[in-house]
Design a protein around this ligand. Sequence first.
Ligand SMILES: [Zn+2]
Length: 232
Amino acid sequence: MKPSLLKRFVYFGNKRYCPICEKYSRKFDKYGINAREDALCIHCNSLERHRLVWLYLQEKTTLLDGSPRKVLHIAPEPCLETKFRRILGTEYITADLNNPKAQIKMDVTKIPFDNETFDVIYCSHVLEHVPDDRKAIREFYRVLKKDSWALILVPINVDRTIEDLSVTNPKERERLFGQHDHVRKYGPDFIKRVKESGFHAEIVLPQDFLNTDRIRVCGIGKGTPLFKCNKN
Ligand SMILES: [Zn+2]
């Protein structure tokens, strides 16, 4: 959906650049419950993490080079889905538990595909909703081909993962885990859960491959980690 004329006028400028829709603006819009400044692209609705993922895929992987790849995109974000579909074509599959716009209705703990089906899985901000996240990660491992990889993002907002699966009350979940439908808060030790399934995983931070100017201009935000999980 195009931004209104007023919005385009208010945000007109060239201090910010969205690498996904390739458009400039004066700044990114506020976004979130505790509204973060400089977060949302008014043109394509991308957030910091989407722009980070896009730049990572462009600069550090060969996913977008036009060669055919079978990709599973879980809980597809529209700003990325549009681009992926254009580049990856029919081998690109979207899946979601609830979103009717996704191609496959799917529970990440029971992925309805054979072993070693996919070249790439991209799954962002899903596992914090999933009680048995370890099972989901095992499923990612199972359906990936050998020498393939998953890119997983979860919000990291504590030093050490906290969870209590006996908490099911939405208000209590919000108090403990920050959102009514989150079942835990992750810390950087999330990587241990990933490795338990057999993945060789690494944490990638924006500053590992982008300079300070690029991080600011593309509105990447600070410290959002990507978990690159390789199946060797
Ligand atoms: Zn954009």
